[in-house]
Ligand binder design. Structure first.
Ligand code: ZN
Length: 193
């Protein structure tokens, strides 16, 4: 038994919606092997009265990244000069699904106001960061963590993956005692996006 989606869910093409014995395939769906699947990106409507399953295009405008927009992302890779960030959400619209995960990058000169010698002392893969869009037209999108409210908001220990706790300017692992450094936001780990 495959678990279906419910009315209001956001689906992608190919997502399973319902069993064909329970619903009739409607707009934006197709039937295959006894199941009804979505043929588009949109919002599900499972109508209990008409027994019709359909998918409606999202009418809300997807968030647009502008210069100065604040995003939440996850550090994916660290190079010599850049870190690569997968953009997950735009602040102020956390509940909206970004259209596609967008890639951003932070150059070593945009990490903090002060000179940064080694970018590896500032970020690690898996860090959750809050960053500002500097240039939305560049690919990857150019980001900055300059400023007190920007930087890492959640980091885990590179030894044991336990979330690190803040101790002044350093981060300490409560499990193994490992000490690490990051460019942290002033509200590190306070549960705010
Ligand atoms: Zn640890």
């Amino acid at each position: 038994m495959v678990e279906g989606v419910k009315t209001g869910d956001f689906v992608l093409p190919g997502d399973f919606l319902a069993m064909a014995e329970e619903f009739i395939p409607g707009e934006g769906t197709y039937e295959e092997g006894g199941g009804i699947y979505s043929s588009r990106i949109g919002i599900v409507l499972l109508d209990a009265r008409t027994k019709k399953a359909s998918v409606h295009p999202k009418t809300r405008i997807p968030p647009v990244l502008k210069r100065g927009s604040v995003i939440i992302g996850r550090v994916e890779k660290i190079g010599e000069q850049w870190v690569e960030v997968e953009i997950g959400a735009l602040r102020g619209s956390e509940n909206r699904q970004p259209p596609i995960p967008d890639l951003g990058s932070i150059h070593v000169s945009d990490v903090r106001r002060e000179y940064v010698k080694d970018i590896k002392d500032q970020f690690r893969p898996g860090d959750i960061v809050r960053a500002k869009v500097v240039n939305p037209k560049r690919r990857p999108i150019q980001l900055s963590t300059e400023g007190e409210n920007l930087g890492v908001i959640l980091a885990t220990c590179s030894n044991c993956r336990t979330p690190l706790e803040r101790d002044g300017m350093r981060l300490v692992c409560p499990n193994c005692g490992h000490i690490e450094t990051r460019k942290i936001a002033d509200d590190y780990r306070q549960g705010r996006l």
